[in-house]
Design a protein around this ligand. Sequence first.
Ligand code: SAM
Length: 272
Amino acid sequence: MKGKLYLVATPIGNLEDITLRAIKTLKEVDIIAAEDTRHTLQLLNHLEITKPLISYHRHNEEEKSDNLIDILLEGKNIALVSDAGTPVISDPGEEIVKKTIEKNIEIIPIPGACALITGLISSGLNTKEFTFIGFLPLNKKLRKQKLEEIEETTKTIILYEAPHKIKNTLEDLSKITKERKIVLARELTKIHEEFIRGTAQELLEKIETPKGEFVIIIEENEIKNKEEILNNLTLEEHYKFYQEQGLEKKEIIKKIAKDRNINKNEIYKKFI
Ligand code: SAM
């Protein structure tokens, strides 16, 4: 019989944030594949668990995945963990998950702490729809593309960032997010947990020497949202929208032309 691959979430700071099921799984599997075996060993020592560890990180993902698949095919159960939080999210694991599915091996997720969700739920921003970007690329061209994508996105956006890059990232964000609110969720679940709120520019003034880990949550783009909503209205509905705000015909037509990026005369013709 084939073994099973367990994807086990571990704490993002506070060691009490581990589920009973995660502890049981770590105790019962045959092997634990860890991003950094020394780091995971600390958690296992805390939980008084002794298990063989195999390193599985970004730079050996390809080769180690095949190795782990062989072990699973031999009938052994493996738990995959990352240094903190949910494995596979901005962490190694995609490769082994794909290969496990290809080989018809069962995958069992053991959910738990995840920095992006922990940051988002405390942000006070729109949680109904959101876009998770992960880390911004460092490559100039790719970074520019991603920032343009952020500018165009109407939904709440979540980013991960390292402390030594946070200022640089806020500077880049300030050019495109302007007045949109941003929440820096710092050191989540740890002693120095804090939420710093403001526009990108205000945050740059608030944080001097940033320390710790950060999740960046950016407010939805209300202006673009409104534009999208207006563009989905019929011309008559669009006209009524401004009429109800008490605007004069001339002003309404000017606004509709701007919203829809069409010539004023086209709209005049429709309403004559
Ligand atoms: N897979 C993990 C997860 O989703 O929970 C994230 C791993 S990613 C390599 C690490 C990034 O997650 C950090 O650079 C930071 O942006 C964010 N992060 C992790 N733990 C955090 C914490 N306690 N407080 C704030 N951000 C955290």
